[in-house]
Design a protein around this ligand. Structure first.
Ligand code: ADP
Length: 913
């Protein structure tokens, strides 16, 4: 039976498991981390203590711990689980699994205890159990009691039990004849009475009882209810004992018990030995009780022996935090238990006098509270106070005392027995609670959101903050302490009540967003939108006592959004009615909308176009460049302009010009992009025809012009020495015009070469400064009136096509001359920057408006102004120049102010050795 195993239970790791038998060892060797209670190291103190008591007890005990009631039991309990039954498998599993077969019997009791209704007591209850390989009927007497944890919560249920199957079976077979005793009873010198039924009707009382104890005659008692005849018994232990006998069918016997009986002489104290014997019916149920009583007052009094009530009180209060004490009012002697000593702050057992006790009371409380309570107790019989007490270490605690005055035979107070409780912690909790409630109120009043606290099923407004009053458009007087819904008559009452009730009765929160309500705000009806939440308020007993309403007015936000939605809808309507493709993208460049024309054209569905699918509409040849250009626009925030072909639903491709602009918010931050794509297929085709024509025409013109040029040169050399001035001048003019025509045709040919990608370059190393100087010299001869400056004597080698760069220089210098009708000062510069050389041509001419500065590098682009009209030109010089520079991996650009002049610049890579 004794399964102690001292080697396994390690004394230091978990002292509460030390020497705690087989179950202790099983607990220690089990891996608890997978169970609901977790590893042993984390078990709370309360669990450890309870297990400590349980495992060391020889009384069968079972503990269900935590929300799942994880099972523990001790060695004494183990045999009742039988062989091949639940032991040891139920250790550590939830109780409802462990006791699945009788859970329907156990659960109501568990709920009662967990519900805070105290301990249960059941006698001889039939609870069949699976053991010894089968279901067996078993009878149990047991009690379920709550185990309170450190937080004061019920965290477990301790079941103390005894199997009484065999007693029960035995008792069933016993029949008792009542009559047999009747004669004996009446004639007995012992005081005997017989009580019947649950009301304890006095059926019989012998003379000794009537005369000696009850001091009544037969008529006064027979056939009457015991407690009616002796109401003073109600406050004594006897009714409970009697009930117990009836219920259990078991006799009760006590010696030297104290009994108070009221007679004409007043309350009489009797010490007695008594026995309550059950009287059974044929069917074995106890229906009556035989009381046998022997007055031993004399003996007791003679020996001046006071009964020791401490013992049973101690049992009663053992599990609680109560200390017990007793003051003999005659001798001033005091008695107390160990708990009392410890509450008072003495660690070793100590002999304390009443004087010592009083000295420990806080002086002011002793005078103002304790003394008063004592004087009152002598009148009312009840001694009760809360006061401060100073411990030997000078710390101050708060105690609560409750006692009852006992009287001697002459009705004089003879002693007080009472309890003492340390309520310091409770008091602190109470204060903390008050504080937190104050804080809550403070928080509510200062909260930026609207808050109201409603209590009771009528939802009385107990607290409401400024913000809530403002939101509702009501005054404090209209709302406070009134039913919430009554003050808000304009609401849809039924709906509002339904919502509040659903929270109040279910305990589940409710929240709504952008909920429209119509309010009467100071006499004006307004529709607003609110986000709100109803949260149940739950008191310490777990009951719902009200609802906290938290809300914010989101009207503005909702209206703004609605506006946006409306304008978005308008935009979509507009976009859908356009033949062009219209699309939008978020600021990251993800295309998130296409108008219906886009879908009609591509034949793609929404899923196919959105989320990047649009790239499949782009002609494969342009995809890569398209993505690069789009990414760079997103990165730089500059307009996106791109020409590409879109695949139509029938598989044919058409050229489109796409353009997207970013839309910024008030802070200049890009919010989204809006883009359009316009069909330029026909323009493209016309351009191609134009290009084709230009290319054809210039080729066709080139041959006759070249031969004209040749003939003019022959004529010039033939008439070099002629006196015919008109002829000479005419030939010179023809030569200049032919030169112009040649260069124009050359330019036109270049344009078509650029279009077809056949412009070729012959790169070599040369000194760019040298080239600039040569060019200036030539210009000085042709335009002697112009002042062209260049001051760099250094040599800057570049690797480029000398002829083409010369063409660029010619274009920039001749533009500078052409567009500077007033001022003929031109300044050229060259300078090295990193791996490049930058060349600039600055004039003081008419200048270019900002809006044209990029466009002038496009093909055939000329600024359309009054003044520009007077300058001859085609708008291709800068286009060719920029193409040449681009092919050399250089940059070209302009800075200019209308009326002030322009500065054109381009860069070329330096020659690298
Ligand atoms: P064009 O044959 O028309 O001069 P370009 O391509 O050389 O063709 O120049 C394009 C346009 O740029 C010109 O029509 C003119 O409006 C403008 N432009 C070029 N150079 C200058 C300059 N130095 N000053 C003012 N405007 C200029």
């Amino acid at each position: 039976m004794n399964n102690f195993n001292q080697q396994k239970s390690h004394p230091t790791a978990f002292p509460f498991l030390f020497n705690s038998g087989e179950m202790g060892d099983l607990i220690i060797s089990k891996d608890w981390s997978e169970t609901p209670v977790g590893p042993v190291e984390n078990w709370p103190h309360s669990l450890r203590t309870t297990l400590g008591i349980m495992l060391h007890s020889r009384f069968p005990m079972f503990l269900g711990w935590g929300p799942q009631l994880t099972c523990f039991y001790n060695d004494a309990y183990r045999p009742s689980l039988g062989e091949n039954g639940k032991h040891p498998s139920i250790l550590g599993i939830p109780a409802n699994e462990a006791w699945a077969e009788i859970w329907h019997i156990i659960k109501p009791k568990v709920d009662k205890v967990l519900g805070g209704h105290g301990a249960t007591w059941e006698e001889e209850l039939l609870s069949p159990i699976f053991r010894n390989g089968k279901m067996e009927d078993a009878y149990w007497t047991y009690s379920y009691s709550p185990v309170i944890d450190e937080q004061g919560e019920i965290s477990g249920i301790l079941v103390t039990c005894r199997e009484v199957t065999s007693d029960f079976n035995l008792k069933k077979s016993i029949g008792e004849s009542e009559r047999k005793f009747r004669n004996l009873v009446m004639n007995s010198p012992m005081s005997i009475a017989i009580l019947r039924g649950p009301d304890f009707n006095i059926e019989l009382a012998n003379r000794a009882m009537l005369k000696g104890i009850w001091k009544k005659n037969e008529q006064e008692v027979i056939g009457k209810n015991l407690l009616r005849v002796f109401p003073e018994l109600k406050d004594q232990k006897f009714p409970a004992l009697l009930k117990q006998v009836l219920r259990t069918g078991k006799p009760i016997k006590e010696n030297d018990s104290l009994l108070f009986i009221k007679s004409e002489q007043g309350l009489k104290k009797i010490y007695c030995d008594f026995e309550y014997d059950p009287l059974f019916e044929e069917d074995g149920t106890a229906s009556g009780i035989m009381i046998t009583l022997n007055d031993v007052s004399e003996k007791i009094e003679a020996n001046n022996k006071l009964i020791d009530t401490e013992e049973w009180l101690r049992i009663a209060v053992d599990a609680s935090e109560l200390a017990i004490w007793e003051i003999d009012l005659i001798t001033d002697k005091i008695k107390y238990d160990e708990k009392f000593i410890s509450i008072l702050g003495h660690d070793s057992p100590k002999k304390l006098t009443l004087h010592d006790l009083r000295k420990q009371l806080y002086p002011a409380d002793r005078r103002n509270i304790v003394k008063k309570a004592f004087d009152e107790a002598l009148i009312t019989g009840t001694y009760k106070y809360e006061a401060r007490l100073i411990k030997p270490d000078d710390s101050i605690i708060r105690i609560s005392t409750m006692g009852r005055v006992f009287y001697d035979g002459k009705d004089r107070p003879s002693k007080i027995i009472g309890t003492l409780r340390d309520i310091t912690q409770e008091e602190q909790y109470r204060l903390a609670l008050e504080k937190s409630e104050r804080r809550l109120r403070n928080f509510i009043f200062n909260a930026p959101v609207s808050i109201a606290v409603l209590t009771g099923a009528d939802y009385i407004v107990e607290i409401i903050n400024e913000s809530a009053l403002k939101l509702l458009g009501k005054t404090n007087a209209q709302m406070l302490n009134k039913p919430f819904l009554q003050s808000l008559a304009e609401l849809d009452k039924e709906q509002a009540k339904l919502l509040l009730d659903s929270v109040y009765y279910s305990g589940k929160s409710f929240s709504a967003s952008e909920f429209p309500i119509k309010l009467n705000r100071h006499g004006m009806f307004e529709k607003i939108y609110v986000n709100f939440e109803y949260d149940p308020l739950i008191n310490s007993e777990g009951e719902i006592y009200g609802i906290m309403v938290v809300g914010t007015d989101v009207t503005e936000q909702v209206l703004t959004r609605k506006n946006v939605e409306q304008s978005e809808a308008r935009f979509k309507l507009l976009a859908d009615s356009m033949p062009q493709f219209v699309w939008t993208s978020d600021k990251e460049g993800n295309l998130n909308y296409f108008n219906s024309a886009s879908y009609d054209y591509s034949g793609f569905s929404e899923e196919q176009l959105l989320y990047g699918g649009w790239i499949n509409v782009i002609h494969p040849e342009e995809r890569e460049e398209n993505l690069l250009a789009w990414k760079s626009a997103i990165k730089s925030g500059k307009d996106f302009i791109f020409e590409h072909r879109f695949r139509r639903y029938d598989g044919t491709y058409r050229w489109q010009l796409s353009r997207a602009v970013p839309l910024n918010d008030d802070h200049g931050k890009i919010q989204f992009w809006i883009g359009t794509s316009t069909d330029i297929q026909e323009i493209k085709e016309q351009e191609e025809q134009k290009d084709y024509f230009i290319s054809m025409a210039s080729h066709e013109l080139k041959t006759p012009i070249t031969s004209i040029k040749g003939y003019v040169q022959i004529l010039q050399s033939m008439y070099k020495g002629s006196d015919d001035a008109v002829l000479i001048r005419s030939l010179d003019r023809v030569h200049v015009q032919i030169e112009k025509l040649t260069s124009l045709i050359g330019d036109l040919l270049d344009v078509s070469k650029i279009r077809t990608g056949s412009l070729t370059f012959d790169q070599q190393k040369f000194d760019i400064n040298q080239l600039i100087r040569e060019k200036i010299e030539e210009y000085k001869i042709i335009h002697p009136t112009f002042k062209i400056e260049f001051k760099n004597n250094a040599s800057i080698p570049v690797f480029a096509d000398r002829e083409r760069i010369r063409q660029v220089l010619i274009n920039l210098i001749s533009n500078a001359i052409k567009y500077s009708p007033q001022n003929a000062n031109i300044l050229l510069k060259s300078k090295i920057e990193k791996h490049k050389v930058s060349i600039s041509v600055k004039d003081q001419g008419i200048g270019i408006d900002k809006s044209y500065q990029e466009k002038i590098f496009e093909r055939f682009y000329r600024v359309e102004g009054k003044s520009e009209k007077t300058f001859p030109g085609f708008g291709i010089g800068l286009f060719i120049a920029s193409e040449i520079i681009r092919q050399h991996k250089g940059d070209i650009g302009v800075e200019s102010k209308p009326g002030k002049g322009s500065r054109f610049y381009f860069s070329l890579p330096l020659f690298q050795k």
